[in-house]
Write a protein that binds this ligand. Structure first.
Ligand code: FNR
Length: 188
């Protein structure tokens, strides 16, 4: 029996050009194979949330509609976030708030999601994990339950622009496999 190729979309919670989170997401995109196609969606053009910009349920500026379409079309969502002041970045929270509309009926409702945090420091952004999980749970997303994927000393692990650290590669691949398993479970 031929197995269906799964499509995951990833978002990075950092917009800066030299972002480690975005670089890590690029390396995750490069982990695509015959069974799993991974793409990245940039949050660069997503405006700050303003309810005036959604006069009717589901309406939104074009970049937000594109974000919702990308998440809606994907089998699973990968969130890669830096830690800012022990929480997620405002960029990520803003994007999740936009994507969460209309409430409880959005593209995030029922969407299986995987959380990855990064930091140049030793804790790997672990303190942001709970916050991202809580926000995704509020949207009714199915967050994969597994040991946290944190990438500490992320700059060292991306030296030369590629994720050469084998334990980290293995950890992320295990997370992607768990995401695929949860997508299948959600559909069974
Ligand atoms: C940070 N940084 C940071 N790092 C961390 O491990 N825990 C933290 O709580 C914070 N807080 C924080 C707040 C703000 C406002 C900034 C700008 C930065 C450092 C952060 O991890 C570092 O700048 C990363 O390189 C940001 O991620 P990207 O842009 O490389 O993906």
């Amino acid at each position: 029996m031929t197995q269906k190729t799964l499509h995951f979309v990833g978002i990075s919670g950092s917009l800066r050009s030299g972002s480690f989170s975005a670089a890590l997401l690029s390396e995750i995109v490069a982990m695509s194979d015959d069974r799993t196609q991974i793409t990245a969606f940039s949050l660069r053009d997503v405006p700050l949330y303003n309810q005036d910009l959604e006069p009717t349920p589901g309406s939104a500026p074009a970049p937000v509609l594109a974000l919702r379409e990308a998440i809606g079309a994907a089998d699973g969502l990968i969130v890669v976030s830096p830690e800012y002041n022990w929480g997620m970045s405002g960029v990520l929270k803003n994007a999740l708030d936009w994507a969460s509309r209309p409430a409880y009926k959005s593209v995030l409702a029922g969407k299986t999601s995987l959380i990855i945090t990064t930091s140049p420091f030793p804790l790997g952004g672990v303190r942001a994990q709970t916050q991202v999980r809580q926000t995704l749970s509020a949207t009714l997303s199915r967050v994969v339950n597994r040991p946290e994927i944190v990438v500490a000393h992320v700059g060292d692990k991306l030296a030369g622009g590629h994720l050469t650290d084998e334990p980290t590669r293995g950890h992320i691949k295990a997370g992607l496999a768990d995401l695929a398993t949860e997508v299948a479970r959600a559909r069974s």
